[in-house]
Design a protein around this ligand. Structure first.
Ligand code: GDP
Length: 298
């Protein structure tokens, strides 16, 4: 938890400054609500979420007949927690034989997140294999190889330009032969060529269901937390080309607008599963909405 708090320091400072100003007000009036909205939006929680929180707080203030602004703090924090309800089965896939497709545009932290996940699963006693199915860039394959060494897990790769489905086919057969628990599949991030990407992902999925029907398939999208509302838009775009079961938000240590995690969790009906709070292997954490809010506000 202290690591989470440290990783979110920029956002935490941002919020705590405007929060203390907010509670300097004595009365709960329109100005107070305007300022509350500004605080939430400034931390990139999005208008939609801010509006919901404000409506919630207004109703509770009325119900409890509160007069003093300082008394609202708990209400605001509780309402934010409510916006992010996620069901407890979000991590069930980790206990099964699973193929995890990792999607997202280049530069968001896809390779790094795959490396971090591989290392963490291996340390928890899982047999992990990585498939380098982003064959579009030679650099992507090399970088993934470096990460697989760091994470001490095997990787299946072919040369640049080879068919991603052929890589997946090889990887699935290796996974079955080696009794792998988790197969992580890196994919190309060519969102600008939606049709190709959609066909490519569909073809890879078909291979999995034919060759490895017993495996559970999970698709995680990686979003760069420093890009704020653009990250939200990217997730919407990707959802038109692929199913998405979960979200990884990276680089939350590099932004004062980490509230984007709250906007993403509350505005998309997909759970945030992991967050990146640094460049090292251990700097990827399971996302716990309650803890996240506590780390930001408490
Ligand atoms: P890809 O192109 O999506 O595979 O992106 P990379 O995995 O190569 O990551 C791009 C850059 O972001 C690299 O310099 C990573 O070290 C950095 N990065 C990834 N995740 C995080 C994170 O959680 N925090 C920070 N500070 N940097 C990150």
């Amino acid at each position: 938890f202290s690591k989470l708090k440290e990783g979110l320091a920029k956002t935490r400072n941002n919020i705590s400054k405007s929060f203390s100003n907010l509670f300097k007000a004595n009365e709960i009036d329109d100005d107070f609500y305007d300022q509350l909205e500004e605080t939430l939006v400034m931390a990139d929680m999005g208008y939609e979420t801010a509006e919901k929180v404000i409506a919630d707080v207004k109703a509770r203030v009325k119900e409890l007949k509160l007069k003093d602004a300082a008394e609202c703090k708990e209400l605001i924090i509780n309402s934010l927690r409510d916006q992010m309800n996620v069901d407890d089965s979000a991590y069930d896939f980790e206990e099964k034989k699973t193929v995890i497709f990792v999607i997202g545009v280049n530069g968001v932290g896809k390779t790094t997140s795959i490396g971090k996940l591989a290392s963490q699963y291996r340390k928890r006693g899982k047999k992990v294999l990585i498939a380098a199915a982003d064959t579009f860039r030679a650099a992507a394959i090399d970088q993934l190889k470096t990460w697989s060494e760091r994470a001490e897990v095997d990787i299946i790769a072919q040369s640049e330009g080879s068919d991603p489905s052929a890589v997946v086919y090889d990887a699935v057969n290796a996974a079955k032969a080696r009794n792998t628990d988790i197969l992580l599949v890196d994919t190309a991030g060519r969102l600008h060529n939606k049709k190709n990407l959609m066909d490519e992902l569909a073809k890879m999925r078909r291979i999995i269901s034919k060759e490895y029907p017993e495996a559970n398939v999970e698709t995680l999208i990686v979003l760069d937390g420093t890009t704020g509302q653009n990250a939200l838009e990217q997730a919407r775009q990707f959802s038109t080309v692929s199913e998405i079961d979960g979200i990884i938000i990276t680089k939350l240590d590099g932004t004062a607008k980490g509230g984007i995690a709250i906007a993403i969790q509350s505005e998309l009906s997909v759970p945030v599963k992991y967050i990146g709070i640094g460049e090292k292997v251990d700097d990827l954490q399971k996302f716990d909405p309650g803890q996240f809010i506590t780390a930001l506000f408490a």
